[in-house]
Design a protein around this ligand. Structure first.
Ligand code: NAD
Ligand code: IPM
Ligand code: MN
Length: 368
């Protein structure tokens, strides 16, 4: 019997609640496919700070590296929002594991389920047929640039300017843009053959390099793929205006962070948005949403993004494409049957069809 080691990182807030449902579904797929998935939990984020003082203990990174895939839920919460700039933050754990595993590609598929067309705040005719994927660069840009915060004794300018100063730098190397561009073009070839590259080249030097490199990779290696450029502010608007026109959207780390939460709302809820973080070694699978402190501990969080992330794990980490299809079909079936968590319920949902986190996971398992 085939066996895979999965490193599970529950993290904070709703993390432990939703990852439990992901594991349930993984176990059900394993039973059906005669594959063993051995899950072992490790600490990350605020939970790791509380236990060890470090948001990514060495033992966790080692466990992740020694596994066949990593399943992460979410990190962060008000408890660790210290005013001390030197205090460890849960989010550093996430950034460090992404960097530590070399996960430079983050795929965030945005697909509208027919049953959820009414759950979105956008009009049905606008979102019908939306099927796009955001390819977010994940280990460069603003998130990983040089940064500093200090008290400027000297100051400058007419008003003296003395006081605190802080900066973050946005930097990319050519090879980083090349490799994420290739990921986008490869994804497009398996989809509808169109890439939208998003930048801010009217202002940023990194964006001017980004656009040049993306075009060179396109012309030399992927002339068969349609390539369009869009400025990021315009993209934010077009995503709401004509979301069905997009196929693959490739962009810088922070632009991708912002655009993906925006795109999630097309599907009705951030709780639907799965993601895969890929590099050259072990991959990590995580919902795009956070620890949702406002609903943590209530058993009402939507586990579907976590469950769909398990589906992405089957495809990308284990090559179990057929089995991943089982998960997608099961989720679709549960939604078609009218089952909802609170975030995706609408005025047509009867009260007895609004489920808690665990009951939703159970429905998916039954459908499987
Ligand atoms: P959030 O994504 O946690 O929540 C935003 C809104 O979406 C909230 O109203 C929340 O209730 C809702 N939501 C999110 N996931 C949901 C789900 N599964 N089901 C139902 N509703 C859901 O963003 P935030 O509140 O800005 O951030 C909270 C914390 O999470 C912060 O500490 C942030 O840094 C962290 N965060 C972590 C990750 C991650 O671990 N990957 C991602 C984003 C934010
Ligand atoms: C995400 C999150 C993270 C990010 C934070 C928690 C570091 O918002 O995965 O989208 O910005 O990448
Ligand atoms: Mn985000």
């Amino acid at each position: 019997k085939k066996s895979y080691k999965v490193c599970c990182l529950p993290g904070d807030g709703i993390g432990p609640e939703i990852i439990a449902e992901g594991k349930k579904v993984l176990a059900a797929v394993g039973a059906k496919a005669s594959v063993e998935f051995a899950c072992e939990d490790a600490l990350i984020g605020g939970a790791a700070i509380d236990a060890t003082g470090d948001p990514l203990p060495d033992a966790t990174l080692e466990a992740a590296k020694a596994s066949d895939a990593v399943l992460l839920a979410s990190v962060g919460g008000p408890k660790w929002d210290s005013t001390d700039p030197n205090a460890p933050r849960p989010e550093q754990g996430l950034l460090r594991i992404r960097k530590g595993l070399g996960l430079y590609t983050n795929l965030r598929p945005v697909k509208i389920y027919d049953a959820l067309v009414g759950a979105s705040t956008l009009r049905p005719e606008v979102i019908k047929g939306v099927d796009l994927v955001i390819v977010r660069e994940l280990t460069g840009g603003l998130y990983f640039g040089r940064r500093e915060r200090f008290y400027d004794e000297e100051g400058a300018g007419a008003n003296g300017g003395r006081g605190q100063r802080a900066y973050d730098t946005l930097e990319y190397r050519e090879y980083e843009v090349e490799r994420i561009a290739r990921q986008a073009f490869e994804a497009a070839r398996k989809r509808r053959g169109k890439v939208t590259s998003v930048d801010k080249r009217n202002v940023l030097e990194t964006s001017r390099m980004w656009r040049e490199v993306v075009h060179r990779v396109h012309d030399e290696e992927y002339p068969d793929v349609e390539l369009e450029d869009l400025l990021v502010d315009n993209t934010a608007m077009q995503l709401i205006n004509r979301p069905a026109d997009f196929d693959v959207v490739v962009t810088e780390n922070m632009f991708g962070d912002i655009l993906s939460d925006e795109a999630a709302q097309i599907t009705g809820s951030l709780g639907m948005l799965a993601s895969a973080s890929l590099g050259d070694g072990v991959s990590l699978f995580e919902p795009s949403a956070g620890s949702a402190p406002d609903i943590a501990g209530q058993g009402v969080a939507n586990p579907l993004a976590q469950i769909l992330s398990v589906g992405m794990m089957l495809t990308y980490a284990f090559g179990m494409v057929e089995e991943a299809g089982w998960i997608e079909a099961a989720v679709e079936r549960v939604l078609n049957e009218g089952w909802r968590t609170r975030d995706i319920a609408d005025e047509n949902t009867s009260a007895d069809h609004v489920l808690g986190t665990s009951a939703m996971g159970d429905k998916v398992v039954v459908a499987l």
